[in-house]
Write a protein that binds this ligand. Structure first.
Ligand code: ZN
Ligand code: ZN
Length: 158
């Protein structure tokens, strides 16, 4: 099932929808028709929300869950450590690392837009996507900052 997770450019509502023939915000009337190439091939070359042509491939891994596992393991192991339960300390750390690894390798991939962070799941040809590049990410981050600054100074001037 192909679906898209995006924040509406008009009202900022985040929604996850199946990718059929248009992307439409359920909270307002913002919508965008899918290019015919996308409906046919189910391949996304550019972001359907902002038009950005740079997308990166990443694991569909919940970072929040990953952090929760690490925090839980750190707490439990330090309690075990305080009670001099050496084996338990290592067992907890080992189990947490193993769990992280299992979760990480069992999740699928998704394609994410550098500019607006829209996520695409279940697309054809997903595996051929480019991996994340910090350089590209930094470029978009700087652009967003400059844009915000321009808008702020325009608002002041008006
Ligand atoms: Zn909206
Ligand atoms: Zn985008």
């Amino acid at each position: 099932m192909t679906n898209i997770t995006f924040a509406c450019p008009e009202c900022d509502t985040t929604s996850r929808l199946p990718l059929v023939d248009s992307v439409a915000c359920p909270a307002c009337d913002w919508h965008q028709a899918l290019p015919a190439s996308v409906s046919e091939s189910q391949e996304v070359q550019e972001c359907l929300v902002c038009g950005c042509q740079e997308l990166f491939l990443r694991k569909d891994f919940s970072q929040r869950l990953g952090v929760a596992i690490v925090v839980f393991a750190a707490l439990t192991s330090s309690i075990a450590w305080a009670y001099h339960m050496l084996y338990l300390t290592y067992a907890v750390l080992f189990a947490a690392a193993a769990l992280d690894l299992v979760l990480y390798s069992s999740v699928g991939n998704l394609l994410q837009c550098y500019r607006c962070n829209t996520e695409y799941r279940g697309l054809a040809g997903l595996e051929s996507g480019e991996p994340f590049s910090l350089e590209t990410h930094e470029r978009y981050r700087q652009q967003a900052i400059r844009l915000a600054e321009t808008q702020a100074s325009q608002a002041k001037g008006a």
